[in-house]
Design a protein around this ligand. Structure first.
Ligand code: AGP
Length: 611
């Protein structure tokens, strides 16, 4: 998620904007920029790297007096590498514009504008909006009319802020699917992507809604939606700045767990065409031609990303009919690998900097096609792979990976469908069914997130246990592994994920009243009954059992447990994604009850760049 700050007032816009961007630095970014209106002209300064680099460049510039209006941006790259040319604001003629979100139809818009003589300097989708707005203003539209018209042509998610040198008293704002707030001050107003950016100036905020357009001056805020003026209730924020950075949540991990519905929507955006039952992944065009000759896929990753690969194996083998091996990157690097031109190697990594995964990819480079699935544009693993597919989870601050894992599963599901279409292993009808379920995922996740309070109650019963066993079968086995990892890495309680069917071959000796068992029980037959039998086996030996399930009340008749958490059912393939969320929450609440440092657990790093 990029950081956005705008200012209209009577004080020095530059220092206020830079200060606001600094309060958003925790979100992670790779470049920054600011545009201010000085003496009727737009003055834009941009730099790659941290805000300190931008401030260095600003200190070398001669200023034509102070500016009382401007916009600033910290960029988390989604389209186009992290370079100065791609940094925001983007300026076109009399307009300077910043953007947070994804413009799905930027390529046809860019072609249309180039046809009108517009010259593009960057690789970004955002620059299209700047040129389109400038073109509309040049055609004589009033600022807000031009903003409205521009937004009507843009498909996708956006928070736009724009300034127009011909109208130096106002900031133009537009919001769709990406957060924007307005901070009301005395003879000044601020606009931002997040509350921390305005807190040092005001606690009075307006939260814009999807479809809102606004014109903000020092003394006024005009908001419209659907062509009609609307008002947004002014709220007073009581949070301290640190709490505000976490969106009001106690920890980044909890904020990121609750981010999952939105970021899954961002990861899906623009990639599904229900009409022709296809997945649009232009970044994988090179793979389309090779898909039919692929004999096997090897997925390499570490930790949570490795669990995502185990789940992705189900998607790819079932949909695309290609045998998939999943290997720890740290193991793959040091064994005979048998990679040839018919083997696709997929490296999955949130950070794109995990040394073991990078090393594994290096072993495969040049032997066969390689693909990285990553959350950070331009990361080392992305530069090493032949092809890259990005998740759009936004910066993941908490060391324990949550939203990145969920978006990795979504990306792997899309990849499986892409390969199935290219290889002709699924009919259009079958693909359409799966895609329909995938499109329901954000809403199902929003529904699932509501179990947080139920999980907190269950956590209170179990947080003093010193060992946990997580059991699941089939698609739920990787989720059992992930649930165990989440718990152990943030609460320091020993936890083990195990195939439920394997439990009788040894681990059942561990079962007694001191060994809580978390049973992930998917309704999909025939494993539902098998897993239910495993549940009864552990109960018969005194285990206290927590059940996380997509099964109906009817299915669960007679199932007595110490904790029953139900998630909505969307499809058998997607249930593991939903079933994993209560496990994230369980780990979180148990860790909080044990007083550990949830976001920065001992001995761990967010990105393991050592062997
Ligand atoms: C996940 O909660 C852990 N922090 C860790 O296992 C992590 O998944 C692993 O280090 C891989 O990181 P990556 O996805 O950035 O490559």
């Amino acid at each position: 998620m990029c950081g956005i700050v705008g200012y209209a007032g009577n004080r020095d816009a530059l220092s206020i904007i830079i200060g606001g961007l600094e309060s958003l630095e925790y979100r992670g970014y790779d470049s920054a920029g600011v545009s201010v209106l000085e003496a009727g002209a737009i003055e834009t300064t941009r730099a790659t790297g941290k805000l300190s680099e931008l401030k260095k460049v600003l200190s070398t510039k001669k200023r034509n007096g102070t500016a009382s209006l401007g916009i600033g941006h910290t960029r988390w790259a989604t389209h186009g590498r992290p370079t100065e040319t791609n940094a925001h604001p983007h300026t076109a003629g009399r307009v300077s514009l910043i953007h947070n979100g994804i413009i799905e139809n930027y390529l046809p818009l860019r072609a249309m504008l180039e046809g009108k003589g517009c010259v593009f300097l960057s690789e970004t989708d955002t620059e299209v909006a700047a040129h389109l707005l400038n073109t509309l203003l040049a055609e004589g539209l009033e600022p807000l009319d031009a903003m409205r018209e521009m937004c009507s042509k843009v498909k996708g998610s956006y928070a736009f802020l724009a300034i127009d040198s011909n109208n130096p008293d106002r900031v133009l704002v537009a919001k769709n699917s990406t957060p924007i707030i307005i901070g009301r001050g005395d003879e000044e107003n601020l606009i931002a992507s997040d509350i921390p950016a305005v807190l040092q100036h005001t606690r009075r905020i307006l939260v814009l809604e999807d479809g809102d357009l606004a014109e903000v001056t020092a003394s006024s805020v005009y908001i419209e939606n659907g062509g009609k003026q609307v008002s947004r209730t002014e709220e007073t924020i009581s949070w301290d700045p640190i709490t505000a950075q976490k969106g009001g949540f106690k920890h980044f991990m909890l904020k990121e767990i609750h981010d999952q519905a939105r970021v899954v929507g961002d990861t899906l955006r623009g990639r599904i065409s229900e009409h022709d039952a296809s997945v649009k992944l232009p970044e994988l065009d090179a793979l389309r031609g090779k898909a039919s000759s692929l004999k096997r896929i090897v997925m390499v990753a570490c930790g949570t990303a490795w669990h995502a690969c185990l789940e992705g194996k189900f998607f790819i083998e079932e949909f695309a009919g290609i045998p998939c091996e999943v290997d720890y990157a740290s193991e793959f690097r040091y064994r005979s690998r048998l990679i040839d031109s018919d083997t696709l190697v997929i490296a999955v990594s949130q950070s794109g900097e995990t040394l073991d995964t990078l090393g594994a990819l290096e072993c495969a480079a040049g032997k066969g096609p390689t693909l990285a699935i990553c959350n950070v544009v331009g990361a080392s693993i992305c530069r090493k792979a032949e092809m890259v597919m990005y998740t759009h989870a936004g910066p993941e601050i908490s060391v324990a990976s949550t939203k990145a894992f969920t978006t990795q599963l979504v990306a792997l599901q899309l990849l499986a469908l892409f390969l199935a279409e290219a290889r002709g292993t699924m009919s259009a009808a079958a693909r359409r069914n799966v895609l329909h379920a995938v499109l329901e995922l954000p809403a199902a996740l929003s529904q699932t997130l509501k179990v947080d309070s139920e999980v907190a109650v269950v956590a209170k019963k179990f947080f003093q246990a010193r060992d946990f066993l997580f059991l699941g079968r089939g698609r739920c086995y990787p989720i059992a592994l992930e649930g165990a990892l989440k718990l152990k890495e943030i609460s320091y309680i020993h936890a083990e994920g195990y195939p439920a069917g394997e439990m009788k071959h040894g681990p059942i000796a561990l079962i007694d009243e001191n060994m809580p068992v978390v049973m992930i029980l998917q309704r999909e037959k025939p494993l539902f009954e098998k897993t239910l039998s495993n549940l009864k086996e552990v109960e018969a030996r005194g285990a206290r059992v927590i059940v996380v399930t997509d099964a109906s009340e009817e299915d669960l008749k007679g199932v007595a447990t110490q904790g029953l958490i139900r998630v909505p059912f969307v499809s058998s393939e997607l249930s593991p994604i939903l079933l994993n969320v209560p496990l994230q929450m369980l780990a979180y609440h148990v860790a909080v009850l044990n007083g550990t440092d949830v976001d920065l657990p001992r001995n761990l790093a967010k990105s393991v760049t050592v062997e």
